[in-house]
Design a protein around this ligand. Structure first.
Ligand SMILES: NC(=O)c1ccc[n+]([C@@H]2O[C@H](COP(=O)([O-])OP(=O)(O)OC[C@H]3O[C@@H](n4cnc5c(N)ncnc54)[C@H](O)[C@@H]3O)[C@@H](O)[C@H]2O)c1
Length: 253
């Protein structure tokens, strides 16, 4: 599973799962763009990655069209192409529909869904004919709902529909599109969710008990799956999703 001579752009790559994907891709030989709304962390991340390969930090918001347009243009200008796009940046707003301000709904869908649309819109023209791989980081929330995450669930389900449509519309142009549905992964998003629980320690214990593999996932687990789907090892895989959850949903959780 190599990405030699490939250029990959990973959104939300300053920390968590995105950072692990960026790291894994550099190890596999790719030049990587660390795109993130957190400029300082993105700069530090790219600086660290540059010790082992080629990396570039680009600051921006996935939900802002001009930021996305600029990021894709800079990637092609400075690194020569755009072969792999990982739409990883995401946020999670919590609340039941009746309590959720519509501005929170817009923010949730803006980052998690419109952000994917925008990056695909501007990246695909550079992949056409020469091949490309798109990996969208969805969630098990795409098909299993937990209490109080309606907008997040809608955004992650939407990503699967968008992934299928991309695979269909651009397959003949040599572009593959797939999604990854991670379960519980030990990163900031999970820590924040745990901190909101009445008894975080008891909740963590319960979450662990949901996993037949006996542990929670790591960002590296997701990064390995992303590398597989981005690489030629997955050259006949498109329009589908890979669940990375330690058999949690298979066990009915
Ligand atoms: N952690 C989990 O348990 C888990 C499980 C399933 C799916 N996911 C998904 O994986 C992805 C990454 O999650 P994580 O846990 O690593 O999150 P995280 O909060 O640790 O990191 C998210 C990164 O995205 C960046 N970001 C946020 N909004 C942005 C925006 N508008 N534009 C650009 N960058 C932005 C943040 O600055 C941060 O660097 C998300 O899409 C999340 O929904 C996470």
């Amino acid at each position: 599973m190599r990405l030699d001579n490939k250029v990959a752009l990973v959104t939300g790559a300053a920390m968590g799962i995105g950072a692990a994907i960026a790291e894994r891709f550099v190890e596999a030989g790719a030049a990587v763009v660390v795109f993130d709304i957190n400029a300082e962390r993105a700069r530090q991340m790219a600086q660290g990655l540059s010790r082992n390969g080629r990396a570039l930090a680009i600051h921006g918001d996935v939900a802002r069209e001009e930021d996305v347009q600029n990021a894709v243009a800079r990637t092609v200008e400075e690194l020569g192409s755009l072969d792999v796009l990982v739409n990883n940046a995401g946020i999670e707003v919590v609340g039941q529909v009746v309590d959720l301000p519509s501005t929170d709904w817009d923010r949730q869908l803006g980052v998690n869904l419109k952000g994917v649309f925008l990056f695909c819109k501007y990246a695909i023209p550079h992949m056409r004919g020469r091949g490309g791989a798109i990996v969208n980081i969805s969630s098990v929330h795409a098909f299993v709902s937990y209490a109080g995450t309606a907008a997040y669930d809608a955004s992650k389900s939407g990503m699967l529909g968008l992934t299928r449509a991309l695979a269909l519309d651009h397959g003949r142009e040599g572009i593959r599109a797939n999604a990854i549905c991670p379960g519980y992964i030990s990163a900031a998003m999970m820590d924040e969710w745990l901190a909101l629980q009445p008894d975080p320690e008891a909740t963590l214990k319960q979450v662990l008990s949901f996993h037949p593999l006996g542990r929670i996932g790591t960002p590296r687990d997701v990064a390995d799956a992303a590398l597989f789907l981005a690489s030629d090892a997955a050259s006949f895989i498109s329009g589908t999703y890979l669940v990375v959850d330690g058999a949690m949903t298979a066990a009915g959780h």
